[in-house]
Ligand binder design. Structure first.
Ligand code: SF4
Length: 747
């Protein structure tokens, strides 16, 4: 039966891939899988609602068709005007995940890290080993701060905050906090506007001028492409700014390939020209802005278009032309991608681009906006995360402020969890003392795939006495663990997903029974709680038995119901719902969240936090090797997810280094030569592909994991240098992923 169902699903996937591949180049209406739908009689299937839990702009609502307890077919939810029946190539590969032969099927113990000597154990045996180690830590250290938890966005379903909840239910622990994704930009937008809040992406159809600055939606947000293409059909001009000529760039009217990390200079050069031409929206700057006069003085005193041209490599005349076109279009918008703030000057650059949008009066306008992201629809109860510490828990004194969900009082009120920067995982494992980190719990994350300085991370993991990883596949973090626990896929668990980009809300129902012995993060927490209390009554407060559907109800509140116009969460079984927005524009009332209530061209909070008060230019990180090294996501993967699947590898079999033919010629490298890329962090052998899509001074390697047996890992070449901003709102600075440098030679 397994063979038949896999073959059946694989054909569906290939058809979907054709649609999704086209989506990279064409509007997403082409994604509607009519050919697939025609092959099915929906009456034969049980239909469930799922929601893609990947860390992706699109957060697709999915319709899942199940027959005989097997997922047979999926499609994008047609009810959502955003998803509109389609998924991306990764989404269509989902049906392979629960049934992959490579899946972690049972709890397993490895006899010797990286030995590959895994043996199956029962859940009871696995929990016993883990619980005894936790109790040993507590006994020896007098607290549980030696237990660390690192978790990120491998599964964004809200109930997966049970991982944090489990740690809280054990006591005060060490948490890896912050985000590698977008913190510099979040801080920048908070300094400027008092929050990160973007327009509804569906209103891009109203835009007359769209600048896509450091984003590649043709790969990373395929559903947004249809709005961009529709705006284009209606006459909008599309400018793409990216150090790589991407599929999105191929669809633009103008393509700029600036020197990497010169975005701030480019934006300021445009701002200076708009100022000189008298094209500033004085109504906005006078009535809704603070400090524009100072910003204008800064521009006049420090910025010229010629200087911006020299810094960015974009000709001055082109800067002038685009600046004038942008300022005269109504409305005009800029999509600020996350890649462009992953620099040591990333936050400063975002502030400069925000200022460009604001000074032209495009903030607060439908079809306008400085689009970065939002968390407006994330007002859940986070019930899974809220767990009481066991009585008598001893924590960290003098650390981070008490958390929102910390209910301790009296002498315990001074305790907190210990927090360390998630973007310096390796260094923090090595450096943290009193007590040292001795045990690590990894969930919804693959540190070896997505954290930085992999060689150092391996050394750091070797200092840990026990590593427990909760995962679906035997990735490199699992190889560096002692115990792996099998976790459910989206089809096997209940949860709910919101987006940080669009305004739809999607339910994720359990569509099939968990395969093999997989458990959800909630169920894993319950299993550990049972064992902890068996061995040491009262040592864990995590609930032990409730039905996981009950956890769903506890995540919702009247605010969410009102925002989405539903009476109960079960209404989501009928399909995704969209927030009832007063306007598709963020900040449409011009009541900003800053101290002044205005758009702050000059931010005193920014200055107090050690940055420049104005959106001034900040020098990029100094190069430490011959080429700049870029390691963005590929179309076929998000970090280590998806490309390990055999189906996906039919389309993308191996990694490549992409470099410019002239740079390659200087190094004696020919197309498809095996090369060695190396820098101060480490090295990586990979096959070279020559392309003029990459600038002469850049090397490009897409980040992905190609499955068991593959030793490819771009984190062998990426250090953990911090971005300029991020600590204000995310708790730790971002990481300068794209300020990396390396050399290359023929292997
Ligand atoms: S990865 Fe993104 S675009 Fe693809 S199915 Fe998931 S949410 Fe949709």
């Amino acid at each position: 039966m397994a063979t038949n169902k896999s073959a059946f699903s694989r054909r569906s996937f290939i058809k979907g891939m054709v649609g999704a591949g086209v989506a990279g180049l064409l509007p997403c209406r082409f994604l509607v899988p009519q050919a697939q739908a025609a092959a099915f009689d929906p009456e034969e299937f049980q239909v469930f609602r799922n929601a893609c839990p990947r860390n992706c702009y699109d957060t697709c609502s999915i319709k899942t068709y199940v027959k005989d307890g097997v997922v047979r077919f999926i499609e994008g939810a047609p009810e959502s005007t955003f998803t509109r029946g389609g998924l991306c190539v990764k989404g269509y590969a989902y049906t392979r995940r629960p049934y992959s032969p490579d899946r972690v099927k049972y709890p397993m113990v490895q006899d010797g890290r990286r030995s590959g000597k895994w043996r199956r154990v029962s859940w009871d045996e696995a929990m016993d080993k883990i619980a005894r180690k936790i109790l040993e830590l507590k006994e020896q250290d007098g607290n549980l701060l030696g237990l660390g938890m690192t978790k990120y966005s491998g599964n964004f379903g809200i109930t997966n905050y049970a991982v944090e909840g489990l740690m809280s239910s054990l006591g005060y622990t060490t948490r890896f906090v912050g985000t590698p994704c977008w913190p510099a930009g979040i801080d920048a937008q908070n300094y400027d506007m008092g929050n990160m809040w973007c327009n509804d992406p569906e209103d891009m159809v109203k835009s007359k001028y769209i600048i896509i600055w450091g984003a590649n939606p043709a790969w990373c947000s395929v559903h947004t492409m249809k709005y961009i293409m529709e705006a284009k059909r209606r006459g909008a001009k599309v400018v793409v700014v990216d150090p790589v000529f991407t599929q999105t760039a191929a669809k633009g009217d103008v393509y700029w390939q600036p020197k990497t990390a010169s975005d701030g200079a480019l934006a300021l050069g445009m701002a200076r020209h708009i100022l000189d031409k008298g094209m500033v929206d004085r109504n906005f700057t006078d009535n809704h802005g603070l400090g524009f006069g100072e910003f204008a003085d800064y521009l006049r005193g420090n910025v010229t278009v010629e200087w911006a041209a020299e810094q960015s490599g974009i000709p001055a005349e082109e800067i002038r032309q685009v600046a004038e076109e942008f300022a005269s279009a109504d409305p005009a918008t800029i999509w600020i991608g996350y890649g462009m703030q992953r620099h040591t000057n990333g936050g400063a650059s975002v502030r400069s681009i925000d200022a460009l949008v604001a000074m032209t009066g495009n903030v607060g306008k439908e079809g306008g906006g400085a689009r970065y992201g939002h968390l407006q629809t994330w007002g859940f109860n986070y019930n899974a995360m809220i767990q009481q510490k066991p009585e008598g828990s001893v924590g960290f004194v003098g650390g981070a402020a008490k958390g929102e969900f910390d209910f301790t009082s009296g002498s315990e009120a001074s305790y907190s969890d210990r927090t360390v920067n998630i973007n310096k995982t390796a260094q923090n494992i090595l450096d943290t003392k009193d007590p040292a980190l001795r045990m690590l719990w990894v969930s919804c994350k693959n540190p070896f795939g997505q954290d930085f300085d992999r060689p150092k991370l391996e050394k750091a993991f070797d200092t840990l006495e026990m590593v427990v990883t909760v995962d679906q596949f035997f990735n490199e973090t699992v190889a560096n663990s002692d115990i792996v626990l099998p976790v459910t896929t989206l089809f096997e668990e209940w949860t709910v997903n919101a987006s940080y980009w669009h305004y739809w809300l999607g339910l994720n129902e359990q569509a099939i029974k968990p395969m093999y012995e997989a458990k959800s993060n909630i169920e894993i927490g319950m299993a550990l709680s049972r064992k902890m209390n068996e061995l040491s009554p009262g040592s864990c407060t995590f609930p032990q038995e409730p039905d996981t559907r009950e956890w769903m109800a506890k995540e919702f509140n009247q605010g969410i119901y009102d925002l989405f116009g539903i009476d109960d969460w079960t209404a989501l079984k009928n399909g995704p719902v969209k927030a009832k927005l007063a306007s598709s524009a963020s900040w449409s009332t011009f009541q900003f969240g800053t101290p002044s209530g205005k758009y702050e061209f000059r931010s005193d909070i920014c200055k107090d936090n050690g940055h420049m008060a104005l959106p001034e230019y900040m020098e990029p990180r100094k190069s430490y090797d011959k080429f700049r090294l870029l390691t963005p996501h590929t179309k076929f993967a998000i970090h280590s997810q998806f490309l390990n699947l055999d189906w996906m590898q039919e389309y993308d079999k191996q990694p490549y280094l992409y470099m410019h033919p002239e740079a390659a010629a200087e190094k004696g490298i020919k197309d498809l030569d095996m090369v060695r890329v190396f820098n101060k962090v480490g090295e990586q052998k990979v096959v070279a592909k020559l392309t003029t899509n990459v600038a002469k001074d850049c090397l490009l390697i897409y980040e992905a994991w190609f499955g068991k047996g593959s030793t490819f890992n771009v984190q062998n070449l990426v250090d953990d240098e911090s971005a300029d901003m991020g600590e204000y709102k995310a708790g730790a600075p971002g990481v300068a992923i794209h300020d990396q440098f390396a050399d290359v030679e023929k292997a």
